[in-house]
Design a protein. Structure first.
Length: 397
């Protein structure tokens, strides 16, 4: 019956993380998956989230189905987090926010909606982008192309080439943009570059689809929402998928959202309705627990500042790892420029290591990086940063 089903070659990120789990070497180092580990190498349970969970569980009652669009308290809290409670688009009812199964769920539901209502639009993603973007949108039947982004020569951004490509894009193309902490490169647009992008998006009637999975890991919770708020202020219509996996360390709860900024409140009503239908066709309605933790943290006057401080601490720890890795590597290989570790932001850095060098790191040293050369800097800690630098220096020498 299933002889025609071919073997699965595996996922470049998730399967590598599984391989790490099975590796028996005690000194192995996991810099593959985009997960924040603390200095002891553990995934933290944030105290704010723990406190929220105790309150939520104490109050928990029956478990009815949530509405297709998710819990109302979650949706409002998330919309305010992304756009600011006083944003004119929020006040005018122009934004639809729906609870999603992670931000991946937001990409998928957004992709299905786009395929139905913009059937001839193709999507442009950055070169490179998160390994799963293409798979998700092609899974919705959308043709996926790329625009120039990362500059391997400088470890920075090819902004002019990116703009040129978008100026030449078909009208009503969907443009996938990383709102902050670009995955996999750690290279972001500056605020001035976001501003320069806006007229191009307007002129070509492009439809931005922002992916905001790392809010708080760039410059701050508010600052990392800059692009989202700018586009809404500029009157653009667009999609935003966001996640609490990283910012609240809630990976397994699969808790995220999809927001659609619409031209007016009447269109927002219909978009909400058709999004509900899209959700119903996929998984009916989202799970309850994770969303209630998020809603509690965001709206509780004691827990909110606790969480904000926890995000600062996670961001600062990554920053100090970037500095340490940079310093050790620069001392070991004086002719080489490792400043990209300091300029790139968020969880990831693009090391420029070849797939073969990544294989050597894994096989000889037990250091796991995605074969694109992406390093999850958030997997470094004071106990493994030196060993990582030594291993990198050995494969680079
Ligand atoms: C990553 O990029 O490593 C994370 O976002 C986890 C994933 O689902 O790929």
């Amino acid at each position: 019956m299933f002889q025609h089903v071919e073997a699965y070659p595996g996922d470049p990120i998730l399967s590598l993380n599984e391989a790490f789990g099975k590796d028996p070497r005690p000194n192995k180092i996991n810099l593959s998956i985009g997960i924040y580990f603390d200095d002891a190498g553990k995934i933290p349970m944030l105290p704010s989230v723990r406190a929220a969970e105790l309150k939520v569980v104490a109050e928990a009652g029956a478990r009815p189905y949530l509405p297709m669009e998710g819990a109302a308290n979650f949706r409002t809290a998330v919309q305010h987090l992304l756009f600011g409670a006083d944003h004119v688009a929020v006040k005018k009812g122009r934004i639809v926010t729906l609870q999603m199964v992670g931000s991946s769920g937001g990409l998928k539901i957004g992709g299905d909606f786009i395929k139905r209502y913009f059937p001839t639009s193709s999507m442009l993603v950055s070169d490179p982008t998160w390994d799963n973007h293409r798979a998700v949108f092609e899974g919705s039947g959308i043709t996926v192309k790329t625009y120039p982004y990362y500059d391997a020569a400088t470890g920075g951004l090819r902004f002019d080439a990116m703009l040129d490509a978008l100026k030449a894009a078909d009208k009503k193309s969907i443009v996938l943009l990383h709102a902050c902490c670009h995955n996999p490169t750690g290279v972001d647009l500056t605020q001035a570059q976001w501003q320069a992008l806006v007229p191009v998006l307007k002129e070509r009637e492009l439809i931005p689809f922002l992916d905001l999975a790392y809010q708080g890991y760039g410059d701050g919770i508010e600052q990392d929402a800059y692009a989202v708020r700018l586009l809404a202020t500029e009157g653009l219509s667009f999609f935003v998928a966001n996640s609490f996996s990283k910012s609240m360390s809630l990976y397994g709860e699969r808790c995220g959202a999809l927001s659609v900024v619409c031209p007016d409140a009447a269109q927002a009503v219909n978009v909400l309705g058709q999004m509900k239908a899209t959700i119903r066709r996929n998984y009916s309605n989202p799970p309850m627990h994770g969303g209630q933790l998020v809603a509690r943290v965001l709206s509780d006057p004691e827990l909110r500042p606790m969480w904000e401080a926890e995000v600062v601490a996670m961001r600062d720890r990554i920053q100090s790892m970037r500095r340490q890795l940079h310093d050790v590597l620069s001392a070991k290989l004086p002719g080489r420029d490792f400043s990209y570790f300091l300029t790139q932001r968020g969880m990831f850095s693009y090391t420029g290591l070849s797939p073969e060098q990544c294989d050597r790191l894994k096989e000889e040293f037990g250091v796991y990086l995605v074969r694109s050369g992406r390093m999850c800097v958030a997997g470094l800690n004071s106990g493994n940063v030196e060993a990582t630098a030594n291993a990198m220096a050995a494969v680079l020498a």
